[in-house]
Each structure stands twice: as C-alpha cells, then as structure tokens.
Write a protein that binds this ligand. Sequence first.
Ligand code: 5RP
Length: 239
Amino acid sequence: MARRAALDYPPLMMDANIAKRAAAYAAADLVQDNTTIGLGSGSTFLFVLDRLAERIAKEGLRVRGTPTSIDTKNAAEQKGIPLVDLDQVERLDLAIDGADEVDPQKNLIKGGGAAHTRERIVAAIADELVVIVGESKMVDALGTTFRLPVEVLPFGCTHARRRVEATGCRTELRQKGDEPLVTDNGNWILDCTYDRIDDPVTLAARLDSMVGVVDHGLFVNMTGRVVIANDEGSVRILS
Ligand code: 5RP
C-alpha cells in the first residue's frame, strides 16, 4: 500500500468527512458537564469543536479546553469555546485527538499535522486520551501506511538525523514550500520510513533518549478508548 506523506492529504472526499465527523461527534458526546479537556489537532478533531460549540449553545454544556496547537487554539476561539492555559490546570478530565495510525494494542502514530509534541504533553495530564479515527487508520502494524514524524531541534539536525536513521529508517525533512516546515515550537520534523514498526515500545524508548530529538509521534500505552467510524457513519468504540 502506498504510504501517505504527512501534510500531503488527498483532496477531502465526502465519505472521508462522514467518518471523521461521526467519530468526532461521538467523542464530543462523551464530554461531561463542568470538565476541562485537551483539544487535539487535525482535520478530524475540528469536527469535535463543532459539536462542542453545538452542545454549549443547546445544552449549556460547561467545558474548558486546552489546545494542542495554534491552529486548534484559533479554531476554538472562533467557535466560542472557552480556553484555559495548560499551566493553569493541574489535570484534564479527558483529551480527545486524532491519529494517523492505530495498531491492535491501541498504540499510535501521530504528528501528520506536526503537533505531536504538544499533543503528548496535553495527553499526559489527561485522565484518558480518547482517539478518533476513520476505519482506514486501523493497521496491523505501525509504520505500514504512514511515516513516523520525529521533531528535532534545527541546531545540529544533521547529527540528530543520523542517530534517528540508525534505528533502521530513511528520513525526509518535512518541507513547507521551499523551506523546512517549522513547528509551533520552532523545530523541524523528520518523516521516517520504516518497513514496519514491530516493537514500538523499544523504538519509542530509543527515540526518547536521543540527543537532539524533541519528541516523536509514537504514542505507546497512552490511549484509552478509540472511537472508530466508517464511511457510512457507523461508530464503534474500542475500550
Ligand atoms: C496532528 C495529529 C493529527 O491528530 C493526525 O495527523 C490526524 O490528523 P487528521 O485528523 O487530519 O487525519 O497527530 O499532529
């Protein structure tokens, strides 16, 4: 199967939107009154904001959100969702976020939108990370349909790149136009092609301890429920 390049999505088709919207709405309906939640990033997550705005208007839902990216912060503000800064909260009741791949153990590849570093920081203080995906994101092994994003400091990037490649992958520096894409944190992204990632726990630990690596998109043992929707809009939840 051809691998999707991060940020290189095909034009959105109607059926892809149906799955995204269905998963996002089901997850937004899990949000309880008087709670503080982590707001993920990406095109699927944007539908969560729509539903939360609807529930705030119709039910008077009291919810505050902590965004994982500047894009999400802007979108949430536009939709009138109350925000709270990460450093102002002790914990979050829930975090909701999309993913690029989900394996049978609910390990993830994230970072197609280059927001995975903040997404992990937010998810780490949430009582539960709820992941929302279309059926096509469910895979037998990570790395088989999507490249693993690794955020690196621009300083000494050549050396970080060599260290990352020593884990058994090819890397490509993510571009925006003719320049390296710069994350919300001022860093760069290496998109890493593995044949498949059979041992995400070990790979995550290696990348965690690597000089020059800020964070990576392997989310291991972090996921609570996965809300999965198909192109007809049917939803199932993996607990
Ligand atoms: C951003 C992410 C996104 O959640 C992930 O890329 C899924 O995005 P989309 O819902 O647009 O497919 O990890 O860093």
